[in-house]
Design a protein around this ligand. Structure first.
Ligand SMILES: [Zn+2]
Length: 252
């Protein structure tokens, strides 16, 4: 932690991590410290022919560490390794043998841009991680999404509720999140266009991950459209990205 932050890494942050530009000098310094520890503590693995480099490690670490900038943390103790593929991973399709009786339709292979496992691995796709970092206005962010799952899993359960500080906070969390989740499910059922991605209606864990993406990527819009949910996340993350975004917009 005593080592100075490499100037080349600072350049990567300035180029690749849009949210970094919204931070105050103090927040930037804090984030840089987290990145330095995070990069060394985790096992990084390139897959599918990807050769890992500092650009990849710094860009991913910055987004992961942004989530824990305000909360007590242990550098995602439940993340041991980060496995990075160059681009969207499509799992191989299952092909039945000639005489095999296929009773159920074979599930189509879904493209994967990220996955968080309970065992301590995170799979990410580099082109998506970089694209989302550069384009917060789209509201998607695979790194926020997968690391939000890991925060959720810190108490052992992927149920959409990360560990909170007291009963009152739990009570409030459940009340606000349940209401917002059920609303999203209803709107998705009706085929309406929703602010949060429809994927969040899959279950409570996905709801928290998708809400986290929007909280950091499109905070001002989220605050005005889903104020209660925004405030609950603000309390949990102990950050106010909407204020950050507003402050920055005044300067440009
Ligand atoms: Zn997910």
């Amino acid at each position: 932690m005593e080592a100075p932050f490499p100037p080349a890494w600072e350049e990567i942050l300035q180029h690749n991590v849009t949210h970094y530009l919204l931070l105050t000098d103090t927040e930037r310094a804090h984030l840089r410290k987290l990145i330095q520890v995070f990069i060394v503590e985790k096992r990084w693995e390139g897959c599918g022919g990807l050769i890992l480099n500092d650009e990849i490690r710094v860009t991913i670490s910055a987004q992961a560490c942004l989530l824990i900038l305000g909360i007590p943390h242990n550098y995602y103790e439940n993340v041991e390794s980060i496995i990075v593929y160059p681009s969207t991973v499509i799992p191989p399709e299952y092909k039945p043998g000639f005489f095999e009786n296929v009773l159920e339709p074979i599930e189509l292979s879904h493209p994967i841009v990220g996955q968080a496992f309970k065992q301590g691995e995170i799979i990410l796709v580099w082109d998506a991680a970089l694209h989302d970092s550069l384009h917060p206005e789209l509201g998607y962010n695979v790194v926020y999404h997968e690391f939000a799952h890991k925060l959720d899993m810190l108490d052992g359960a992927a149920d959409g509720t990360p560990p909170l500080s007291n009963r009152k906070e739990y009570h409030h969390w459940v009340k606000i999140c349940s209401r917002a989740y059920l609303n999203l499910c209803r709107e998705v059922d009706k085929g309406k266009n929703t602010f949060l991605d429809a994927y969040g209606a899959l279950n409570e864990a996905e709801f928290f991950a998708v809400a986290t993406e929007h909280f950091f990527a499109r905070p001002r819009e989220m605050k005005s459209r889903m104020t209660d949910l925004y405030r609950v996340l603000q309390e949990y993350y102990r950050q106010d990205p909407a204020r950050r975004e507003g402050r920055n917009n005044r300067h440009v």
